[in-house]
Design a protein around this ligand. Structure first.
Ligand SMILES: [Zn+2]
Length: 499
């Protein structure tokens, strides 16, 4: 856990509380004297100690620009002073009196930005102490208050453990329903075999010819299958007729199709879902997969290895990703299935936010991730020559206000993870690799898209941050760069306070 010390999770606990804008940014400090000093006056002072970001993970001081100096907490929407304040005094300093047991409870208010950190010094010598000599701006000098549990030997009092602000980011996972097995949205096309040639173009292969099919891209059905007369054959390549040419679609399949299937109907599938069942990949609807998305997935084919969930990517920004589905605050979880729904359906809020239940605010950070299937046909990776679109985050062009949801194209992610999937890499000996690549890309894409929401940037500005924000989706094993972590830490909400 970055930061160490103690954590305070500021912000509302539920969306209902969020409506009242409950900041919940107060801690109760417990001061105890040993031996007990009943009735003793004490003095307290709060310090904004050095940012706890590991310097080795922040080359050039992108996040922590003043090195080991303090006074580097970030401003929040409540205008909380950098040092935090004692509730009773409204200041960074406070005096109190110990009770009959020699104890006192004092309320202290912190800022709302994740990673802001504090320590509180206390002394029973309010008038004769060196409390006011404690400092955070000279690490080499005496009386320096560090961002850990150390006590400066010269101080005649005691300094609290480190206290660091964390935010919860509530992820709502919605999903398309399962693909239907019949009807207009079923993920196959039908036709009739007009002719069949066996042992063409080589032995143990066959070519099927048909006139009646929708126009398709060349090799759209490569690695798919054709079902005819009760048998399924792998499709090796496919071709569609050009105008004024031989007017037949043709499919080269592995196997010898008997000649008596001529004039019989067939069902033709592209490579969607290839090996998904064999590898136990989750299928739509995937709202029940939210726990693994957040926390990670133990690999079935690589015992002992887990692909980390999206939580791992956000914790260096002092953000704890929370599964809102498991909190029971996401009652509507599914939208209808469509094989292809394009970018504009996302940007114009067509269907993907139809089951969105949880809003984002300054006091309650939340984001909705909707698991879809494929984008527009020209970028769904059928055929493999296309450039795939694996996810989109809805934002208003120009102002780049995020709309509070991202779309994840799960089938195109599966296809991309298997990209270059020439038949040799589909062999069982390589399945462990395909499984790992799928989950890394799936979780990486969800973290990447979720990472687009805050900051009000054009997507390419976010992409220029590199790391996990690099264009085109990424592996969850690649971390967010300091530039991205800083953007998260400066945001007032996951959509930057937009209604
Ligand atoms: Zn992107």
């Amino acid at each position: 856990m970055p930061g160490g010390g103690k954590r305070i999770f500021v912000g509302a606990k539920t969306p209902t509380e969020a409506g009242q804008n409950l900041a919940r940014n107060t801690v109760l400090l417990k001061i105890k004297s040993l031996p007990a000093l009943p009735g003793q006056a004490i003095a307290l002072k709060a310090f904004d100690v050095d940012d706890a970001t590991d310097e080795s993970a922040d080359a050039g001081g992108v996040i922590d620009s003043n090195g080991r100096l303090g006074d580097d907490n970030f401003a929040d929407y409540l205008a909380t002073p950098k040092t935090g304040v004692f509730v009773a005094s409204g200041l960074a300093s406070h005096t109190a009196t110990l009770d009959a047991n020699g104890e006192a409870l004092v309320e202290f208010r912190v800022g709302m930005q994740p990673g802001n950190n504090y320590r509180i010094a206390v002394t029973p010598f309010p008038t004769a102490s060196n409390l006011n000599v404690l400092q955070v701006n000279n690490p080499a000098g005496p009386m320096h208050v560090t961002a850990d549990a150390q006590q400066p030997p010269e101080f005649n009092g005691d300094i609290s453990p480190l206290l660091t602000v964390w935010r919860k980011l509530h992820i709502e996972v919605d999903s398309m329903a399962a693909p239907p097995t019949s009807g207009p949205n079923a993920n196959y096309v039908t036709g009739v075999a007009d002719a069949v040639r066996t042992d063409r173009p080589q032995s143990s292969q066959s070519v099927v010819f048909t006139r009646q099919l929708p126009t398709s891209d060349r090799n759209q059905y490569q690695n798919g299958r054709i079902e005819i007369a009760g048998t399924s054959y792998p499709v090796l390549s496919s071709a569609t007729p050009l105008p004024h040419e031989f007017p037949y679609h043709s499919f080269v399949v592995q196997g010898t199709i008997p000649g008596n299937v001529v004039h019989q109907p067939f069902k033709l599938y592209d490579d969607d879902g290839r090996l998904a069942a064999e590898l136990g990949l989750p299928s739509l609807p995937m709202d029940g997969f939210s726990g693994q998305i957040v926390n990670g997935k133990a690999l079935a084919l690589t015992p002992g290895e887990t692909v980390p969930g999206i939580k791992s990517a956000f914790s260096p920004a002092f953000i704890l990703v929370v599964d809102a589905n498991q909190m029971g605050i996401n009652p509507r979880r599914t939208i209808p299935f469509s094989a292809n729904r394009d970018l504009f359906d996302v940007l114009l809020e067509g269907v993907f936010d139809d089951a969105k239940d949880i809003g984002d605010s300054e006091s309650f950070w939340a984001h909705t991730v909707t698991m879809g299937y494929q984008p527009a046909e020209h970028e769904d990776l059928d055929p493999h020559a296309e450039a795939p679109l694996v996810g989109v985050t809805a934002e208003t062009p120009g102002t780049w206000h995020a709309h509070g949801f991202s779309v994840i194209y799960t089938e195109t992610i599966r296809d991309t993870a298997y990209e270059g999937g020439i038949p040799a890499s589909y062999q069982p000996a390589n399945h462990f690799d395909l499984e790992q690549r799928y989950y890394r890309l799936l979780f990486g894409t969800i973290a990447h898209e979720t990472g687009h929401a805050p900051g009000r940037n054009w997507e390419n500005t976010d992409h220029n941050e590199q790391g996990l924000m690099q264009k085109g989706g990424n592996s969850i094993t690649i971390p967010f760069t300091p530039q991205t972590l800083l953007r998260f830490r400066l945001s007032t909400s996951w959509r930057n306070g937009q209604p």
